[in-house]
Design a protein around this ligand. Structure first.
Ligand SMILES: [Zn+2]
Length: 263
């Protein structure tokens, strides 16, 4: 069977083991069913996720002109502390910004390769943690808008990482951390404006990824330089496909590439 479509990050479902789905036009591939099977991925062309033109991807699956124009690629996406909809100030499209920013947001601790702090919309829990390959996570603050979540993250970044080491995450070179202890240690550093939203009593969420074999030296597949890759799929973690020869492919960072997948 051969499928073709533009790559978008895999959809996930949190069951006893996380289920991954790749949208290939009209077909949804359940990637878990491809474990232990040979697949061939080939680069076909580009397709911007916004304008759908055959233009080179600049960032986040968008061509350069879309990336600098559309409201869902503005700076406050990556830097929540820049959010201004709560002040009624427009960045690119105030109606859109209100619809996203003025919703409950979560500041969380997650452990993917190390403990890190992050921000997500409440409705993106636990999707965000799955996408990062975190095997454990804990919500620590729930605020009514993105700005408050952003300034809380900025304050806590002084004391805890905000990045994942993807190699460590994929090697499963991880330690279980007591995130409740981390939360209690960090509490004092939450900014005044957000203190009332601290979540006192909740428990860690644990996530289990479908991986048969972790790579020892993961090497990243660049589908532009190597337009066809064939390998046996042995795992999926975060948004990475893991192959038997230790090649890994980050679906999310390849959004906007049209590929064919042969099974
Ligand atoms: Zn575009």
């Amino acid at each position: 069977m051969k499928y073709q479509g533009v790559l978008k990050k895999m959809k996930t479902e949190n069951s006893s083991q996380i289920q991954y789905y790749l949208d290939m036009n009209s077909d949804f591939l359940n990637m878990n069913q491809l474990l232990d099977k040979e697949i061939v991925i080939s680069f076909v062309t580009y397709e911007c996720l916004n304008c759908h033109l055959e233009k080179k991807v600049f960032r986040q699956g968008y061509c350069k002109s879309c990336f600098f124009e559309i409201p869902n690629a503005a700076d406050w996406i990556m830097k929540p502390e820049l959010s201004k909809a709560h002040l009624n100030i427009e960045d690119r499209d105030l109606a859109y910004e209100k619809s996203v920013q003025l919703k409950p947001h979560i500041v969380y601790l997650a452990n993917s390769s190390n403990v890190k702090v992050g921000v997500t919309r409440k409705q993106q829990v636990p999707t965000r943690w799955i996408d990062q390959g975190a095997h454990e996570a804990l919500e620590i603050v729930e605020v009514p808008n993105r700005y408050l979540a952003g300034i809380t993250e900025v304050a806590l970044k002084e004391y805890v990482a905000d990045k994942t080491n993807w190699r460590k995450m994929l090697k499963n070179d991880i330690e279980d951390e007591n995130l409740v202890e981390w939360r209690d240690k960090l509490k004092v550093f939450i900014p005044e404006e957000a203190k009332e939203y601290f979540i006192e009593n909740n428990l860690e969420t644990h996530l289990s990824f479908p991986v048969l074999k972790y790579p020892e030296k993961p090497k990243s597949l660049n589908l532009i330089k190597t337009p066809t890759f064939k390998g046996k799929l042995v795992g999926i973690k975060g948004q990475y496909l893991i192959f038997e020869d230790e090649t890994v492919f980050n679906v999310r960072s390849n959004e906007g590439l049209v590929v064919s997948i042969e099974i």
